[in-house]
Design a binder for this molecule. Structure first.
Ligand SMILES: Cc1cc2nc3c(=O)[nH]c(=O)nc-3n(C[C@H](O)[C@H](O)[C@H](O)COP(=O)(O)OP(=O)(O)OC[C@H]3O[C@@H](n4cnc5c(N)ncnc54)[C@H](O)[C@@H]3O)c2cc1C
Length: 396
């Protein structure tokens, strides 16, 4: 068990975001930064990272989100080169089947056209497909209500979420980061700066910087430092289904305008919906909303693809988005009133793919006092303090 009493950086939360921060801090400092990652559950049973659908796309509306995912993709493709032998197995099983968004209204189609121009200018290969082109490419879809499709045939898909977390964690530890099984229960501060953390075990650790990477518990950690962030747990239930007549392992991840998403998982399919009634939930409420499949997903799925007439739910699970109710975008970087307290919070449904770029950005802000590789300042807490939402139109 690490027994130092003082660290350059203490990170609250050791799932994908905390581990990405630890990896980049050790790498960019050449192992000189002393880093402690505090994580209560090394099994990550309730971490969003473990319960994720683990997909990555360039089809966002904001350039910064596109750039963040572009780096995520580069990192995932070249994980061995980034993490080295300490990172372990070098293949995250990336399947670049693409994403297919369907628009049902003219205003959705207009958004798609605008987004496509931005995406393509940043290296995406997004194609806009009218109904006939969609029917030719995806003959199993019923498209009567569809106005336009936006398809990314490359640079989008899904990968091994726990492989990414495990690799980052191993590489961070090999470079000197300490992982401690404990919880942050308090934050010490003096003269406008945080000075250390109090742990559930009763230990006190002094810190030059504190990073909040506690996922759905991020608002609680911020409160310990006297700060507020509009982040809360929102439940998402994911279904693994078998559809014996629908076998399309090369299908893209379909984001349907009627309110569900679907992607192949080997020989089966994964699907989920954004519930119309979407309240904040209790941190301990991981009970799947089993009715969502029968009541909300299946009728729409069958209407979209009649091959889904016979379907069996093989497994379901509930995970929590750490949802930023202000504008559903991430909150990244230091707080102006506590310049050595850093956020990596509020990733809603797209944090896994953002971890490589956000971890790098947080490490740069700590080590150099600025974002260097990619400017993440549009995601800073400043926009919330100024009441200026930074909206992302392509939220799933
Ligand atoms: C159903 C679902 C589908 C998703 N699909 C995708 C997807 O397709 N693509 C994508 O990019 N993203 C997706 N996401 C989002 C993504 O999984 C998350 O944004 C990302 O994993 C967040 O990582 P994190 O490390 O910030 O949080 P988490 O993984 O939640 O980890 C937070 C960690 O903090 C720890 N912690 C909590 N309290 C404390 C404390 N007091 N002290 C210390 N540690 C503490 C927890 O134990 C936990 O391990 C999905 C999420 C869900 C739930």
């Amino acid at each position: 068990m690490p027994d130092r009493k003082s660290y350059d950086v203490v990170i609250a939360g050791g799932a994908v975001m905390g581990s990405a921060c630890a990896y980049w801090l050790t790498r960019l400092s050449g192992g000189r930064a002393r880093v402690l990652v505090v994580e209560p559950d090394p099994g990550y049973a309730r971490a969003s990272t473990a319960l994720s659908v683990a997909s990555i796309r360039l089809q966002f509306s904001n350039p910064v989100n596109i750039e963040i995912s572009r780096f995520g993709l580069e990192f995932i493709r070249n994980i061995s080169a980034y993490l080295g032998p300490a990172g372990g197995p070098g293949d995250l099983g990336l399947r670049e089947n693409g994403y297919l968004f369907l628009a049902g209204t003219e205003s959705q189609a207009k958004n798609m056209r605008q987004n496509r121009d931005i995406q393509v200018s940043l290296g995406a290969e997004t194609e806009l497909l009218d109904r006939a082109a969609l029917a030719a490419r995806f003959p199993y879809l019923a498209l009567g209500d569809v106005r336009l499709g936006s398809f990314g045939p490359r640079h989008e898909g899904w990968f091994d979420n726990m492989g990414l977390l495990g690799g980052l964690r191993r590489a961070a530890r090999a470079a000197g980061a300490d992982y401690l099984q404990d919880s942050v229960t308090g934050i010490d501060a003096a003269d406008g700066r945080v000075t250390g953390v109090l742990l559930a075990s009763g230990r006190r650790v002094t810190a030059g910087h504190v990073v909040n990477a506690a996922g759905t518990h991020g608002a609680g950690i911020a409160r310990m430092a006297g700060l507020d962030i509009p982040v809360e747990p929102r439940k998402r239930t994911v279904f693994l289904i078998d559809a014996p007549r629908a076998k399309h392992p090369d299908a893209p991840l379909l984001v349907d305008h009627t309110g569900f998403y679907l992607r192949p998982e080997g020989d089966h399919w994964i699907c989920a919906t954004v519930p119309e009634d979407d309240p904040a939930v209790d941190h301990d409420d991981f009970e799947p909303r089993h009715w969502e499949f029968e009541d909300e997903i299946w009728p729409r799925l069958y209407a979209r693809a009649p091959e889904f007439d016979a379907v069996k739910v093989l497994r379901m699970w509930a995970g929590h988005y750490s949802f930023n109710r202000f504008d559903a975008n991430a909150i990244v970087g230091p707080h102006p009133d506590r310049p050595n307290f850093h956020f990596a919070n509020g990733f809603s449904g797209h944090g896994l793919q953002q971890a490589p770029a956000v971890g790098r950005g947080v490490a740069e802000a700590i080590l150099y006092g600025e974002f260097r590789s990619l400017d993440l300042s549009e995601l800073s807490i400043g926009r919330i303090l100024a009441n200026r939402p930074f909206r992302e139109k392509a939220i799933v």
